[in-house]
Design a protein around this ligand. Structure first.
Ligand code: B16
Ligand code: MG
Length: 226
């Protein structure tokens, strides 16, 4: 890897914090009201994909009107936004703040690239929105992950190029988006064996950001791209 890394872009849900459980509870409440089956396993397939695509996957081919789809998404989001009230800085995942500190000390630019339209709210509740030079969210581009648009938009806001930027992602759709954009990728696999396959295509795979030091990550990327 001859390239100079000058920026890091972090996915939000599953990398900096774990809002997947709150998304699950909100989709579950809406699904129960409608009599749709929806399990935690089903929720795994919604990681990193937009609200609209999440609904499509949840419906599993069931055909509904556009008006109904908008109502279901609006209701789910209302439940989700209510649940976001419970978020505090204690919900930042282990190691994330330490990595931000290291990267900032090294002079790297920092951004969030999240499919969520609630990313600003979540970052504000976590108390870290000021740590980022740019926040790309579900409002910034038409085509969200796995299209590369969101990460490219975010890199543009930072004034960096994909070949000088690392994307940290926990979802298959996010790794694909970053790779299609030409970024270096670090996959956050989590500790649940049944879902670890989702980021195996990343340049470097880590279980989480705990003990994730910038120098080690750069070294691993260098070996992966040698
Ligand atoms: P919203 P990320 C994603 O966040 C979530 O992983 C995904 O489950 C959710 O459907 C998507 O945001 C949209 O969220 O309904 O709040 O706009 O992983 O890209 O940070
Ligand atoms: Mg994610």
């Amino acid at each position: 890897m001859a390239a100079q890394i000058n920026a890091l872009i972090f996915d939000l849900d599953g990398v900096i914090t774990d809002t997947a459980e709150l998304h699950y509870q909100a989709w579950k409440q809406m699904s129960d009201e409608e009599g749709y089956p929806f399990t935690r396993d089903d929720n795994e397939a919604l990681r990193g994909v937009s609200r609209r695509e999440s609904l499509n996957r949840l419906l599993k081919g069931r055909v509904i009107t556009e008006e109904k789809a908008l109502d279901l998404m609006e209701r789910k989001n209302r439940y989700y936004v209510d649940l976001l009230e419970t978020i505090t800085p204690a919900n930042i995942l282990p190691g994330a703040l330490a990595l931000l500190d290291e990267a900032e000390a090294a002079g790297l630019k920092l951004a969030v690239g999240s499919a969520s339209r609630n990313a600003h709210t979540v970052l504000t509740k976590l108390g870290i929105i000021d740590r980022f030079d740019a926040v790309g969210d579900g409002y910034c581009v038409v085509h969200t992950k796995p299209a590369p648009d969101l990460f490219l938009w975010t890199a543009g806001r930072l004034g960096t190029y994909p070949q000088n930027t690392i994307v940290f992602e926990d979802a298959e759709a996010g790794i694909e988006a970053a790779q299609r954009g030409g970024f270096f990728t670090v996959g956050i696999a989590g500790h649940d064996q049944s879902v670890q396959g989702r980021v195996t295509n990343a340049d470097v795979v880590l279980p989480d950001l705990a003990q994730a030091h910038l120098a080690d990550i750069l070294e691993k990327l260098k070996k992966a791209r040698a």
